[in-house]
Design a protein around this ligand. Structure first.
Ligand SMILES: Nc1ncnc2c1ncn2[C@@H]1O[C@H](COP(=O)(O)OP(=O)(O)OP(=O)(O)O)[C@@H](O)[C@H]1O
Ligand SMILES: Nc1ncnc2c1ncn2[C@@H]1O[C@H](COP(=O)(O)OP(=O)(O)OP(=O)(O)O)[C@@H](O)[C@H]1O
Ligand SMILES: [Mg+2]
Ligand SMILES: [Mg+2]
Lengths: 165, 160, 160, 165
């Protein structure tokens, strides 16, 4: 079970549509400060059901929509699609390829799709429950947060371990 | 259940001790339940002794040692419970060249069982990857992504 | 006194705007008193717009942008009130090559008025220094310091 | 006013006596993880009157004494001497060179010296008051603490500015 492809459009600094084919083993993302690398990590977590804007450095959910720059007006929609390779069938639906799409509008309204079929956020969360996807825990280390793993309060550290049990 | 937590904890502890010694090129570490009779509630303590040093309070470890210790714990849990996708954002920033090389080697091994997506500025980590994407902002404030091959990456190193 | 705080604040603000644009190679920033009528009590707000981007909430800035913004503030205060000694420990860790070069240039200028002691892993910062000390631990757990010259430093780079 | 020379003996990982002649402009300290670079920064701040062990990552003041390693027993004393070039006379005593020494024993007892004359910690703090030395504020950025400068609470940020006024 892994992410085959990532499509990002209107999400944070991705005013132009971008497609990445990820390797099943190790993909490195490189580039200058502020170019959008962490934004790609945010896009993945957001599409897989991160339910708080704070989780991806925003304040409100609409913060993830491209807000404009020197050269371009802001956009009205942010959309990310994660295409999963489900060949071993770890996600319990009968598809070897699963496309999960999340979209948010300026109005704050959200839309969700599994293989282009409209659904709710909780449907995505339920689909992924038990696969280890969509739960940050020990599988996501945010920029600058590596030290916090050690200094976290006892309850947080427990939560970390319990995620693995 | 308490038994299941305890079993997983022991597996993670076993891997952690091994991974620590491997990443640090020596030394010892341990995970301990503050109160073994109460596994579901008790605190989990981390003990670490980098090679050649005596047992340390974690606050006295250096920035790089702390980063590598945290990585050891994450990697140990990933060995016991391989997540389908693991995302590491500049996790290797504080490591010196020697620690970085050991980190990259173990990362490569772990990527056989979990898909890793790693944001990095470090050449050694880049060279371990099978796929590299370069992110730039040619047009003001707009991200653009280009795929980078092994030859490009050595040339592109300067620009990064 | 309120007047003296206000005057120093305005000096720091003027320097901060200049230093930011210089370190980022463009863009704008500002320092604002939440309530200008109450300088001794009010909050101080930081506003930043990296080159080509629109005005940002600080939390949306990247890791490297935040580091460079913090450095801009520190350097602005050092320009207005040069401390005799300034100590920076791996302050350049998150900067890409372009930002690093601008940082190192300004660091060199500031070191004419304050003594800087900088812990670094970055080659560009090392090359800006007049004196370099290498710290190692040959004997278990015991630090040893050797002085490094410009030629050594290029050879030594590999080892670091 | 600057630090001409630094002598460290028994402080943290410096079980062997070490002397560094610092440049008046820019001195870089480099080396592998855990080798002792940040410990040098700690030594300077400690000698110049840092009055809390927490300020230099310790829990108790005796934490700064070399505690032993694989190859060496612990020591009983930590001592750091900072030699200042006072040619412009910014420190208000009639010496062009000022040696400030701080020592702590396993017992927790401390000793302080200015040009080899015993004194109290507050004598050092008073001597340096107004010079900008011995006050961390905006002139010390600890490892990993650069981001905290931005996210500090309003009161902390004010304190930062007030240090400069
Ligand atoms: N909603 C948005 N609209 C437009 N731009 C945005 C939005 N949200 C974030 N950004 C921009 O994205 C940039 C940050 O990108 P990101 O955090 O991915 O950088 P990075 O490549 O990880 O850099 P670093 O190496 O410094 O960590 C910021 O400059 C910010 O202006
Ligand atoms: N009282 C002490 N006795 C012996 N060793 C000590 C003592 N206090 C700290 N140390 C050792 O000093 C080392 C940390 O040194 P320091 O923080 O200076 O490293 P560093 O060179 O800055 O590394 P990094 O690049 O990872 O930040 C630790 O390994 C710790 O064991
Ligand atoms: Mg980033
Ligand atoms: Mg350090």
């Amino acid at each position: 079970l892994y992410i085959k492809k990532l499509e990002i459009f209107g999400f944070k600094s991705f005013a132009n549509r971008v497609e990445l084919e990820l390797g099943p083993w190790l993909t490195a993302i490189v580039g200058p400060n502020g170019s959008g690398k962490s934004n790609i990590a945010d896009a993945i977590r957001w599409a897989l059901g991160a339910d708080s804007a704070r989780l991806i450095r925003g304040t409100r959910m609409e913060d993830v929509i491209f807000a404009g720059s020197d050269g371009r007006k802001g956009l009205g929609i942010a959309e990310v699609t994660v295409i999963l390779d489900n060949t071993p069938g770890r996600v319990p639906i009968d598809f070897s390829e699963i496309a999960i799409t999340r979209r948010v509008y300026r109005s704050g309204e959200s839309e969700y799709f599994i293989n282009k079929i409209p659904c709710k956020l909780r449907d995505i969360q339920r689909l992924l429950a038990g696969t280890g996807l969509g739960r940050d825990g020990y599988s996501v280390v945010e920029q600058g947060k590596i030290d916090a793993i050690l200094s976290s309060r006892p309850e947080d550290r427990r939560a970390f371990f319990e995620e693995a049990c | 259940s308490a038994a299941r937590f305890r079993n997983t904890f022991l597996d993670i502890r076993r891997e952690f001790r091994e991974v620590f010694t491997r990443l640090f090129g020596g030394g010892h570490a341990d995970l301990q339940l503050e109160d073994p009779a109460n596994p579901l509630e008790t605190e989990i303590r981390i003990v670490a002794q980098p090679p050649g040093k005596r047992l340390e309070t974690m606050s006295l470890l250096s920035g790089g040692e702390r980063a590598l210790l945290a990585i050891s714990l994450i990697f140990a849990i990933l060995k016991v419970r391989p997540a389908p996708v693991a995302i590491l954002d500049e996790t290797d920033a504080a490591l010196d060249e020697a620690n970085l090389r050991r980190f990259a080697e173990l990362l490569r091994e772990l990527s056989a069982r979990s898909q890793f997506i790693v944001v990095t500025h470090r050449k050694t980590t880049m060279e371990t990857a099978e796929v590299i994407y370069g992110v730039t902002m040619e047009e003001s404030g707009i991200s653009k992504v280009i795929s980078i091959s092994l030859q490009d990456r050595e040339a592109g190193q300067e620009a990064l």
